[in-house]
Design a binder for this molecule. Sequence first.
Ligand code: GDP
Length: 543
Amino acid sequence: MSVHHPERSPAETAGEGTPTQVRHEAFRRRTFAVISHPDAGKSTLTEALALHAHVIEEAGATHGKASRRSTVSDWMQMEQERGISISSAALQFTYRDTVFNLLDTPGHADFSEDTYRVLAAVDCAVMLIDAAKGLETQTLKLFDVCARRGLPVITVINKWDRPGKDALELIDEVQQRTGRTPVPLSWPVGLSGDFRGTLDPRTRAYTRYRRMAAGAALAETEVFAPEQAAELEGAAWTEAVETAALVAESNGAFELEAFRAAESTPVLFVAAAMNFGVATLLDVLVDLAPPAGPRPDADGTPRPVEAPFSGFVFKLQAGMDRAHRDHVAFLRVCSGVFHRGMVLTHAATGKPFATKYAHHVFGRDRETIDVAFPGDVVGLVNASALRAGDSVYVGTPVTFPPIPHFSPEHFQVARAVDAGRAKQFRRGITQLELEGVIQVLRSETRGDQAPVLAAVGPMQFEVVADRMDREFGAQVRLEALPYTLARRVIAPDPEVLNRIPGTEVLRRADGEPIAVFTDKWKLGRVATHAPEVALEPIGGDLD
Ligand code: GDP
């Protein structure tokens, strides 16, 4: 098929590729994130997945030789050393001819706003649950964000090698508290703390796991027919068969449509640290997780994957490399082919944007990207013109929906320590706001020299203070405000809310009036004191 359009510029032509090729590449992409309450084993599973794929793909690799340290740990260490903000980037690996893009999310719940943004760029989420703890605060918040995005979720119950809750109890929790019907695709044989293997409820085959030497990248697995399993495992097998049947009876068989429509969630039982069940998860991702598909634009019209290149920025990161003061914009490719060097149009300004430096970024590792397909993540270096949520395209214009704002719960006023550095102060605050490091709320009463910083997690303030000082040469003094809630105001005159004690109206950079409240009682008073005012939860608001 010819793709040459003489009326187009070389860059546009380069952005096409044959439609069949692009569809094929998109179809074999799985773009996902592993999310969880801290400590559920996200980093352990991320390493296990990458190593698993790597070890299997590398022809002749000696099992057990691959070192866990080399891949992900460097990046983890950087996070620890710096103790502050980290980079969300992507790890790409291949398994069964499928290209996985595993988007990284911060480990600390204080940076959950970054995690929520990453969820705007993936096609599926793997939700990790600690078998001993069940659903925790952050697990529920994340399930909620996924529900708002209509994102399919694979639920993975981890640490089954340790004593924990009962499998049925965990299934029940998922059922009661997530709004999705849990459908197990693997069922543990042996109680938590005695993980022998898993039953596949669909085929009734038994996969037995054996531990390999410490640090090994793979577990030893053997598959048995049900009769053999009964002989091998006795009561543990019978128990597994019976309990799995109970769940199947009440929740039904797995249906792809229901999973993709975010109505049901497949459940797997694993022990990431032992590599038990990791291969099963990879297989489920290959066989069931949605491939990169047409993305709806801001008006809801899907842009086909074979359309000319388009993508949107889901994350900005500055200062990853302090020596170079770089700005990296992470872009999810939505359609077409990305070629390094191509000139994109920045939808927000209509200006051309050159892509001389395009990288895969994972921690310290940077690799130049020459070509990328729908579902892939490209890190554009020196991209200070791009903001989070911005769309870029070649050829037919497109604007993707903005990344939602998330409801802040912590508020502090920022002031320059040295009044003589007001210019640096303003420049720094604006830059950090654009990057999405923090939300900035302003009012005429407070003035430009004392904006209100609004955060989802308090550590965001530390990042601001650190970067203002180091990068912008403007030390800041932060003063906590007693507010805990924010709402968008819809009213002819939002300022009336300023008359209610414990309430204040501020403006976001996009001009939206945002009311902040000390507590829900003050929020409740709006109905009686200013009945003409309507309040709306903010974007991904979680209450
Ligand atoms: P994260 O905070 O979600 O990234 O969690 P980590 O991957 O750092 O894991 C938290 C702790 O749980 C670490 O001490 C891990 O070694 C441990 N852990 C993770 N997966 C497993 C598992 O499958 N079994 C056991 N016993 N421990 C695990």
